[in-house]
Design a protein around this ligand. Structure first.
Ligand code: ADP
Ligand code: MG
Length: 357
């Protein structure tokens, strides 16, 4: 009860918006369940509203799934605000026989996702000053690449740990669903359209069709079939935390994060075809990353060899971490929290984060 009451009170004191308050700008993306635009407020609202500059906002027009997405964003806003893009407001704009249309509004965090950064040959140097500041002492090379990638991974895992600690699984972690926040100079998670809140059973029953097969863990479904179904509407029943422990649904996101880690280290996996091929190979190797590495390393290009060399720095700790993330069985995958406690991360990555906050 109190969770919903708090949500209600919190919302009561926040500014509310309606359709006429927004003017749409450039289209940023279009998926099967919605269209995303850069947007601005039409008129100057009260001074309490911070988003007054042109293009300060992002607006998503979503289908009926928007209801769950609003719910998830409200939840994350209260429970782990730093993990995700700042959510401003969401409402039902219209409802017709074609279905409902929900509008969701966020702060515009910045122009690039890791997907955009990785499109460039400059990666990871095109992210470097943004997350590590100017003056880099290391010469360009493996060590320096490693430091940047390590910092990005730390920020991603930090955000994931925040989500998971509140009982939320994202289920659609991929480079396109992470945004570089120019304000906080960190990567944040976006797009909670497929997320599930396991504590109250919101969007608990997996909608497999929402998942991106290129990044989805082999189990595809969040819960095993033994798990009893939870209510799919917002009902204030608390599910047993045991349920969370039983199937470790959060490890679904860890697998996806592991694939992103691999893509950052190995340029050949960044293209769609490279990623699809990786998935095919992984399946052939029964998702044994070590076997996969053996199979590709024999006929490796110099690019690939360099990537593995990068992962082998620090006496192979990084590679070990990766193998703990990309495991066939969810139960064998490491959690976000344990990733962050891994020796690989107790140096620069976390240091950078703590200096920034
Ligand atoms: P979709 O359901 O279409 O995947 P997303 O929520 O992932 O919608 O948003 C689509 C794209 O819009 C993202 O990949 C990103 O480039 C951009 N975007 C979304 N939210 C923000 C934000 N808060 N700030 C800046 N860009 C954003
Ligand atoms: Mg998306």
């Amino acid at each position: 009860f109190d969770m919903f009451f708090l949500a209600f009170v919190e919302r009561l004191f926040r500014p509310t918006f309606k359709k006429d308050d927004f003017v749409l700008g450039k289209k940023l993306g279009e998926g099967a369940f919605g269209v995303v635009y850069r947007a601005s407020l039409t008129k100057k609202p009260s001074s309490k509203v911070p988003y007054q500059k042109e293009g300060d906002l992002v607006l998503k027009k979503a289908t009926e799934y928007g209801a769950v997405e609003i719910w998830m964003n409200e939840r994350v806003r209260r429970a782990c605000a730093n993990s995700c893009a700042v959510f401003v407001y969401g409402f039902l704009e219209s409802s017709s026989n074609k279905g409902a249309e929900y509008w969701l509004i966020w702060r515009y965090e910045g122009e690039a996702t890791p997907y955009d950064f990785m499109q460039s040959k400059e990666f990871p140097y095109n992210v470097e000053t943004m997350i590590l500041g100017e003056a880099q002492d290391l010469p360009k090379g493996l060590e320096r690449d490693n430091r940047i990638i390590q910092t990005i991974m730390t920020q991603l895992l930090f955000a994931l740990d925040g989500l998971h600690s509140t009982g939320t699984v994202h289920r659609d972690i991929k480079p396109q669903n992470i945004i570089f926040s120019e304000g906080s100079r960190t990567f944040k998670i976006i797009d909670l359209g497929a997320a599930a809140d396991l504590r109250v059973g919101i969007n608990y029953i997996p909608k497999e069709f929402l998942l991106d097969p290129r990044y989805a863990a082999p189990e595809q479904y969040i819960m095993s079939t033994q798990t009893p179904s939870a209510p799919s509407a917002p009902v204030a029943t608390t599910l047993s935390p045991v349920l969370w422990q039983m199937n470790l649904p959060d490890r679904f996101d860890i697998y996806s994060a592991g694939l992103i880690f691999l893509q950052m280290a190995l340029p050949g996996l960044r293209s769609d075809s490279g990623l699809i091929q990786l998935n095919r190979h992984l399946k052939q190797c029964d998702y044994d990353l070590i076997a996969w590495r053996k199979s590709v390393e024999t006929r490796a290009s110099s690019d690939l060899r360099r990537g593995f060399e990068l992962l082998d720095l620090d006496g192979g700790i990084e590679w070990e971490l990766l193998t703990l993330m990309v495991q066939y069985k969810a139960g064998q995958r490491i959690s976000a929290k344990r990733c962050l406690a891994h020796p690989h991360f107790d140096r620069e990555g976390l240091l950078v984060l703590s200096l920034m906050q």
